[in-house]
Structures are given as structure tokens and as C-alpha cells.
Design a protein around this ligand. Structure first.
Ligand SMILES: NC(=O)c1ccc[n+]([C@@H]2O[C@H](COP(=O)([O-])OP(=O)(O)OC[C@H]3O[C@@H](n4cnc5c(N)ncnc54)[C@H](O)[C@@H]3O)[C@@H](O)[C@H]2O)c1
Length: 397
């Protein structure tokens, strides 16, 4: 570490995730008392006009519009990649070659072969890597994982997992999320990836087979973009209705899955489920009990204890804001002074800094190899839909 007790960060990207990560790297120092501090060394993005103000707002000490120079900067120890999916491989490759630790946004890559290559490069270099599957660090989800480790589910029988949004009507222009060359896929890699990671993480089981996959693109053409989003998903983006371009990704995806413990499940993701604005969740039913989560009520975990007498059985809602029972809460506010979206990023920044200091994370962190298992499920569903057949994970690993 270049400065005693701190890690020098280089962040690539200054829009949605650029803001979320900048906030996390700031807040982790203030709230979490990490064993090494985050030192916000350099932020790199393409828009020079806005970069200075962004750096000043979020406390980045240096700016750059040249990501290769950022990777090569010997002062930077941890590179944080918050750019669209087609750049993950090329940037991670340069960072690993320069001997840096890397944390990369999800999905690991837009394309399966690129994700595989990222795992190979990281393994070969014995690099320390992380992937921003940030929802693992909502206290309710981390706590669900802890309960499963204690055996509350028994054998997992059924899984229903979903990530439903509704922002993608005809008024949204052809932003990068609709371009298969950049994004790789649509709701599948963008949203379903989180649902898959969450279920793998909570249930502690891998998917072994995917079947019945269905992809749909409802809006096949969109206006060519004249202004990119201003830091949200599509918010602020503008298009020219006189010029239309082809959408090359899915708007919605559904598929069935088998799990290694013998359970079965289904996954669903869409950007077109009106009324569901950010509904990421699951219900997992086991022989001893069930757990359920919905991000639109992110402080709550629902638990059904099937070992109670029949007369007293019933779903209970646990408000997961009680320290020390509920993970990460000790860093935040008194009981039930609710936390939000950004806290999971800060909790993840905390665990990354723990690993940088040689400590264990509070709950397992996904590295490239772990995130590749989620990528395999994404790929299996894609192959399944294209070839209309069940796909075993062993075909891909
Ligand atoms: N973990 C999550 O919950 C979550 C949420 C949203 C997005 N993401 C992921 O984060 C990544 C970025 O998504 P976003 O929503 O922040 O996108 P965005 O469009 O809001 O921002 C992309 C940023 O990348 C920068 N960029 C693009 N190419 C660049 C280059 N060659 N050099 C330097 N900067 C470059 C842009 O200037 C912009 O600042 C994607 O992989 C996406 O899947 C994750």
C-alpha cells in the first residue's frame, strides 16, 4: 500500500455507478472504520467538461480522460471499473497486467467468452478481484445467508427469483443498455444477473441445469440517442424520433432451473413490468422453512418457520436493522432508522477494504471466479432459448 493504512483507488466511470461507487468509497471511511482507508486517488471518464466538477464533488484528488494511463499509474493499487459491459475485459486485463487489484461492475462481462477470459487472466496472475454484486450486502440478504448457514431452510425445494423494473417504454431512446454489442444482453445480464447471484449466495447452492428459457424484445426499434443519460439508468437521455435504430437485446427473460441439492426454481427479469420499479427478490422454500425478500422493502426479511406447531405457523417480517444481530448495521443508525440503496455499496466497500487488509469479509465476496458461475447461468439460459433445449452447467464450466 502506497500510503500507510490506506488503499489508492482509481475509478473508471462517472455516471450512475460512478456516483454510487464514489459515495461508497467516501462513506466507508466515515461510517465503517475500515482496517485500511479508501484513498480516492483518481477518477477517469471520457467527459472532460464534467469530470473536474465530479471529482471536486466526490473528493477525487486527480482526474484523467485516459483509462490506459490510469491503469499504468504506479500509485494506484485498486482499480474500480464502473463502465459498460463491453469494456470490462479490456480494462480488467490492463489492470491485472499492471499488478492492480480489480473490482469490476456486474455482469462480469457482456459476452460469455470475455467473462471466461477475465477468470483466466485473474487466475494466471493470482490477482485479487471483486465483482459488484452489491445486493449481497443489504443486511436482509446477508442475514438470510447467515440463517441458511444455520440450517433454517433444511433442503431447498423451490426457488422463485425475480428482478422487475418498468422504465423502458417507447420514450426511452437507444441507450447502450439496448445495444447487444455493448451490453451483451438486456434485462438478462442487467437484472437477472443480480437475481441469480442473490439466490446462489443465499441458498448456497449452484444451478446445475437450465430449461424453458424465453427471451422477448417488445420494442424492436428506438430513437437514436442524441443525449446520454445524466446519471440515472435512462433519465435525461434524449433521442431523435426521425432516426430509429434496432434494439439488439431482450426486454424480458424467464427460465427454469435445477439446483445441486435437488430443488427447482424459476427466474424472471424485465424492464417492462409496469408498477414494479425496482423489485428484486426471491422466495426460497425448504423442508424446514422459507425465506423471502423484496428490494422495494429492502430492510425487511420474511421468514416462515415450518418447524413450529401447525397452529402457530405463519410468515414473520423481520426488520433487519438491529445490531449486532443483523450484519453491517453497527456502522449505521439506531434500530429501525432505515437504510437504503447506497448502503449495500458502502458495506461492500467495507468488505473489500477488509480483504485488502488481510481480513475476512463479513459475508462472502464475489470474485471473478464466483461471478463467472452467475455468468454460466446467464449463458445457459441464452443457449437454451436459442437452441430450444435444456442446458447443463457442466457443458459450460
Ligand atoms: N451493481 C449494480 O447494481 C449496477 C447498477 C447499474 C449498473 N451496473 C453496471 O455498471 C456498469 C456501468 O453502468 P452505469 O449504469 O454506471 O452506466 P452509465 O452509462 O451511467 O455510465 C457509464 C460511464 O462509463 C464511462 N465510460 C464509458 N466508456 C469509457 C471509456 N472508454 N473510458 C472511460 N470512461 C468510459 C462513461 O463516460 C460513463 O461515465 C455496467 O457494467 C452496468 O451493468 C451495476
Amino acid at each position: 500500500m502506497s500510503q500507510k493504512g490506506s488503499v489508492n483507488l482509481g475509478l473508471i466511470g462517472q455516471a450512475f455507478m460512478g456516483r454510487a461507487h464514489s459515495n461508497a468509497w467516501n462513506q466507508v471511511n466515515r461510517h465503517c472504520n475500515p482496517p485500511v482507508k479508501a484513498n480516492l486517488h483518481t477518477v477517469c471518464a471520457r467527459n472532460e467538461e464534467t469530470l473536474g466538477a465530479f471529482a471536486e464533488l466526490w473528493g477525487w484528488q486527480n482526474t484523467s480522460t485516459d483509462w490506459q494511463a490510469t491503469m499504468a499509474n504506479p500509485e494506484i493499487e485498486l482499480v474500480d471499473i464502473g463502465v459498460p459491459n463491453d469494456k470490462h475485459l479490456i480494462m480488467a486485463k490492463a489492470a491485472i497486467a499492471a499488478g492492480k487489484m480489480v473490482c469490476c461492475e456486474k455482469p462480469l462481462a457482456g459476452k460469455f467468452d470475455e467473462a471466461r477470459e477475465m477468470v483466466r487472466l485473474a487466475k494466471e496472475a493470482n490477482a485479487t478481484t471483486f465483482v459488484w454484486y452489491n445486493y449481497r450486502r443489504c443486511p436482509a440478504i446477508a442475514y438470510a445467508r447467515m440463517l441458511v448457514d444455520q440450517g433454517v431452510l433444511g433442503d431447498v425445494r423451490h426457488v422463485r427469483a425475480f428482478y422487475l423494473q418498468d422504465w423502458a417504454d417507447e420514450s426511452v431512446p437507444l441507450i447502450w443498455r439496448f445495444d447487444g454489442e455493448i451490453a451483451g444482453s438486456g434485462s438478462h445480464g442487467d437484472l437477472c444477473a443480480h437475481a441469480i447471484d442473490m439466490v446462489r449466495f443465499v441458498a448456497g447452492e449452484e444451478v446445475t441445469e437450465v430449461s424453458g428459457a424465453l427471451f422477448e424484445t417488445f420494442i424492436k426499434e428506438r430513437a437514436i440517442m442524441t443525449a446520454a443519460s445524466d446519471g440515472g439508468i435512462a433519465g435525461g437521455s434524449k433521442g431523435d424520433d426521425a432516426q430509429m435504430g434496432k434494439v439488439t437485446v431482450d426486454d424480458a427473460v424467464l427460465f427454469l432451473a435445477r439446483f445441486e441439492g435437488g430443488g427447482v426454481g424459476h427466474f424472471e427479469a424485465t424492464r417492462m413490468a409496469t408498477g414494479n420499479q425496482n423489485k428484486l427478490g426471491f422466495e426460497i422454500n425448504g423442508t424446514k422453512g422459507s425465506l423471502a425478500f423484496d428490494f422495494e422493502q429492502l430492510n425487511e426479511l420474511r421468514y416462515y418457520d415450518a418447524t413450529c406447531s401447525r397452529g402457530t405457523q405463519g410468515w414473520r417480517t423481520i426488520i433487519t436493522t438491529h445490531a449486532p444481530d443483523h450484519p453491517y448495521i453497527e456502522h449505521w443508525w439506531p434500530d429501525s432508522h432505515m437504510i437504503g440503496y447506497e448502503h449495500a455499496f458502502t458495506n461492500m466497500a467495507y468488505d473489500i477494504l477488509r480483504v485488502c487488509a488481510g481480513q475476512e469479509p463479513v459475508v462472502p465476496l464475489p470474485d471473478f471466479e464466483d461471478a463467472f458461475k452467475t455468468q454460466c447461468v446467464l449463458e445457459a439460459a441464452t443457449v437454451c432459448a436459442n437452441e430450444q433445449r435444456a442446458v447443463k452447467m457442466s457443458e459450460l464450466l
